[in-house]
Ligand binder design. Structure first.
Ligand code: H79
Length: 429
């Protein structure tokens, strides 16, 4: 018995390969965690963390009335930040669908006073504005009785009777069919929750306890929309049928969070790192861990230095607005990207892995050296290329450099140093 296998003999179509190329070059997207949990202002895991019984949590949708929601405004905010795509939670672990599903009544249209499909509005706005749309979809479901056997997280359903796993798989397929039929072109599906069904000894994950039927699910998605990119936050090397690899709160191959990925698990697919602006995915009233402009810029630069995208999260409030501080961060990112985006968009990983001093990106014969620690002097070990010239970006003033058999030595005048990121453009012969 081998659970967790992917789509057998998967061969991506031309459209899919084109979509991967687009994705690889896009570099910056907006993650949106929004659901009925946003009402409580305690993150998207509140049902689990506060051990709220299903029957009590079911009252939340009756309060959800985001009259301030303006999908166009969100899309414009993403665009102004320099983001090329949006990934939104269609259904998170709490099992509540933010779209008009017919698979049950636990959704935005059937169970809230708002009564309108928020994903449909977002899809229309994205298509109008030329922003690609991905749907986050939770594999685990704390609300559905057929999510049985239960995983390690969520609520006890004692007394509700055991459900049927096969029915749960059918439920997911029905929902994914809706998501890929009723919302126009969907750029990707972002799965999360795989790890809920793995054994855990307090330190390490063990064997998978259920069959997620990825073969059928991935095949279904690619049949409905061949270009649709599949990613799965399983913290493993990519499995067959997946089109990109994602990394949660860790740069590729890093494992600072305890559930990251080892370097050997980094595959060959386009990559994406997701991170929060503060410390929370879903709206959190108490979160004071707002990252600085410098931290956020360093994060996208380092991600690009790995060849990876950054999917930067906002957790909109229950009224449908994005909190002011996050809007401010998005504006700052936008200003920086407008000025320096050509050293990020469409680049590949540079010749050196990012570190705390610098990161490198590459486009054709040009290498962009991002100096992140305010240094005037940088030494790059020989990487087997002859250098034609070295200039400051964007002003194109010439910089002095020396190349010998050991490497390349660059010096930037003090008055040209930018404490956040000094960008040097290195042209190869
Ligand atoms: O949607 C966001 C989060 O809600 C979700 N993924 C992002 C994008 C997420 N939250 N936590 N995780 C993913 C990883 C889960 C780790 C845990 Fe555990 C599983 C916490 C408790 C069970 C592993 C086992 C770590 C501690 C025990």
């Amino acid at each position: 018995l081998s659970f967790g296998q992917g789509q057998k003999d998967y061969k991506p179509t031309e459209e899919n390969l084109d979509a991967r190329k687009w994705f690889q070059e896009a570099k910056f997207g907006m993650f949106i965690h929004w659901g009925v949990y946003s009402i409580l202002g305690d993150g998207e895991w509140v049902m689990n963390n506060q051990n709220i019984p299903i029957q009590a949590y079911e009252k939340l949708p009756t309060f959800f009335n985001p009259t301030g929601y303006d999908a166009e405004a969100w899309v414009k905010m993403a665009k102004d930040a320099g983001m090329k795509y949006i990934t939104i939670t269609s259904r998170h672990h709490d099992g509540f669908s933010m779209f008009d599903t017919k698979a049950n009544n636990y959704d935005i249209v059937d169970s809230t006073p708002y009564g309108k499909d928020v994903l449909k509005q977002l899809a229309d706005a994205c298509h109008k504005e030329g922003i690609k749309l991905f749907f986050y979809y939770s594999l685990l479901d704390w609300h559905n009785d057929d999510y049985y056997p239960r995983g390690r997280t969520g609520n006890d359903i004692a007394g509700r009777g055991a459900g049927e796993w096969d029915k749960y798989i059918a439920f997911m397929k029905a929902q994914l069919t809706e998501l890929l039929t009723n919302y126009g072109e969907i750029a990707g599906i972002w799965f999360d929750g795989h790890w809920d069904q793995k054994l855990w000894d307090g330190k390490r994950f063990g064997a998978l306890q259920v069959d997620w039927h990825y073969d059928e699910i991935y095949t279904l998605i690619h049949e409905l929309q061949p270009q649709c990119l599949i990613g799965n936050n399983h913290h493993l090397a990519p499995i067959e049928g997946e089109d990109f690899q994602m990394f949660e709160k860790d740069l590729p191959g890093k494992n600072t969070t305890g559930f990251g990925t080892s370097a050997s698990d980094v595959g060959q697919l386009p990559m994406e790192v997701c991170e929060t602006i503060n410390g929370s995915w879903g709206f959190n009233l108490q979160d004071r861990q707002h990252k600085s402009k410098e931290e956020l810029i360093h994060y996208i630069v380092k991600a690009a230095g790995y060849g990876s995208n950054l999917l930067l999260n906002v957790g909109p409030m229950p009224n449908g607005k994005i909190q002011e501080e996050h809007q401010q961060s998005l504006k700052e990112m936008g200003l920086w990207m407008r000025k320096n985006g050509s050293t990020i968009y469409g680049t590949m990983a540079g010749p050196f892995l990012p570190n705390d001093k610098f990161a490198t990106t590459r486009k054709g014969n040009t290498i962009f050296l991002h100096i992140l620690d305010g240094s005037q002097k940088v030494f790059l070990e020989d990487f087997g290329k002859k250098i034609k010239d070295v200039k400051l970006f964007p002003d194109q003033s010439k910089l002095t450099f020396q190349q010998n058999k050991f490497g390349l030595f660059i010096e930037v005048p003090k008055d040209k140093i930018d404490s956040v990121d000094t960008i040097v453009e290195i042209t190869l012969k």
